[in-house]
Design a protein around this ligand. Sequence first.
Ligand code: URA
Length: 216
Amino acid sequence: MSDNLLELTRLESKIAADRSLPLLQSNLVFGEGNPDCEAMFVGEAPGMNEDRLRRPFVGRGGQLLDEMMKSIGWRRGDVYITNIVKRRPPENRDPLPKEIEAYKPYLTRQIEIIKPKIIITLGRFAMNYFLPEAKIMRDHGNIFKSENYLIFPVLHPAAALRSPQKMMFLLKEDFKKLPNILKGDLVPEIITSAVSIGPARIAKPTPEKEKQQGLF
Ligand code: URA
């Protein structure tokens, strides 16, 4: 087992045991893929299919993501895929700022462990997590450089499915750039002061005894 895989497995046990997190009524969808990859995909939050199978991007949007990867010669197993929020919000509503904040230490730690060269954000929520000022229709397909990695926002596959002609075209065009970015043939246009993804601080779980005492 690689060191990264071991660390990710430990982190997954930690998040599974963290009862302070919101959305505990849904299943944990931690993330999956190659722990030693160069490219990490980050989406918004699991949907119904993801919740059921406990895997990210396995619905129609996920199939499109797989097709996009295939079109540039990548396979799902080569990359790592996760979300900013790791449990499904009820009725697929947008994640709330406090939910995004609560799951942040875990995504931060996943990034710290994997150390990807590039983070590809899928959709507006994931983009704004890293680039709070960015606008999806203006900034998708641009390469941003933050301290330790590149950030490449693309449209959410579900948006492309809703509006196949325009959005699908844009998504395909953006994906085509990815191999060249990794080769270093395409360089960042924008140096960003994206949110610092500083060291992950995960609170120690409160021992059960103290929790019980706190009830009285
Ligand atoms: N949409 C997301 O943002 N993430 C998933 O895992 C599935 C759909």
